[in-house]
Design a protein around this ligand. Structure first.
Ligand code: SF4
Length: 231
C-alpha cells in the first residue's frame, strides 16, 4: 500500500511526457557517461554461454556472489554439452550459494539441452530464439544481446525501473512496458550503455533508500530532486 502511494506521488512529481522525457535523456546522457566512464555489466564472463549461465544465476543474488561462484564453475563446465549432460543434483550443489538453486539448476540444464538440440551448442543471437530457452526472459535476453553480441538491448532491472520512474522517463513499473517506453526515447545505439549507466547511478547515488540528491550530477534535470517526502 505504502509502495503504491509512493509510486503515485512520484508519478505526480515526475509526470510522463514523451517529448520531455526524450529531451531529459539527451541532457543526462553526457553527465552520466562522464560520471561512470567504466559502466559495464558487472558479471564476469569470457563467452556468451558463460554470460547466459551467470545471468540466470544472478536472479535474486548479487553480481559479486555470482562472480565468486562462477570462478570455479566455469572451470568445471566449459560447454553447453557439459551442462546438458550433468546431473541436475550436482549442478544444484555447485550453484547453491546463489540461492533459488533448484530452479536455476533446472533452467541452466534445460537451456543448455535446448542449445544442444537446436543451436549446435551455441547461444543464439536473436530475442526470439533467446526467449525460447527455458528460464530466459526479455531481461536475460537483453543482457546477452547487449553484452555478448553487441546488439542494442535495454535491461530493465530494479535500478533501471526505479530511476526511470523518478526521472519521469516512464510511468510503468512493469519491466516489459518500461523497456518499450525507454526504447522510444533513447537512441537505439545507446540502449545497452544507457541501462548500465542507470544501474551504476542507482547503485552509487540514486539508491532506493536515501538517494544522494545533494551529490547527484543529474540533479538539475531530475523532477523529484531534493524531495525526500516522495520516498
Ligand atoms: S536528484 Fe536524487 S532522485 Fe533525482 S536522480 Fe539524482 S539522486 Fe536520484
Amino acid at each position: 500500500m505504502a509502495k503504491k502511494k509512493t509510486a503515485k506521488r512520484i508519478a505526480k512529481a515526475a509526470p510522463f511526457d514523451k517529448a520531455t522525457a526524450a529531451e531529459r535523456v539527451k541532457k543526462i546522457w553526457p553527465l552520466l557517461k562522464k560520471t561512470y566512464p567504466d559502466a559495464k555489466v558487472a558479471l564476469n564472463f569470457t563467452n556468451p554461454l558463460e554470460l547466459l549461465v551467470a545471468t540466470i544465476l544472478s536472479a535474486q543474488c548479487t553480481d559479486v556472489r555470482v562472480n565468486i561462484v562462477t570462478a570455479d564453475l566455469f572451470q568445471k563446465y566449459t560447454s553447453a554439452a557439459d551442462w546438458a549432460k550433468a546431473n541436475v543434483k550436482e549442478i544444484e550443489e555447485d550453484i547453491k550459494a546463489t540461492g533459488f538453486f533448484r530452479n536455476k539448476a533446472k533452467n541452466i540444464k534445460g537451456a543448455c539441452a535446448r542449445l544442444m538440440a537446436d543451436h549446435g551448442g551455441q547461444v543464439p543471437q536473436t530475442m526470439e530464439e533467446l526467449t525460447a530457452l527455458p528460464g530466459v526472459g526479455r531481461k536475460t535476453a537483453n543482457v546477452l544481446l547487449g553484452n555478448a553480441f553487441d546488439v542494442p538491448g535495454i535491461v530493465c532491472d530494479t535500478h533501471v525501473i526505479r530511476l526511470s520512474r523518478r526521472l519521469g522517463l516512464s510511468e510503468n513499473s512493469d519491466p516489459v512496458k518500461l523497456e518499450f517506453d525507454l526504447a522510444d526515447i533513447v537512441p537505439k545505439k545507446r540502449w545497452t550503455l544507457f541501462s548500465h549507466l542507470l544501474v551504476f547511478h542507482g547503485r552509487n547515488i540514486c539508491r532506493a533508500r536515501k538517494p544522494g540528491c545533494p551529490e547527484c550530477p543529474i540533479k538539475a534535470h531530475c523532477p523529484v530532486a531534493d524531495q525526500p517526502e516522495l520516498w
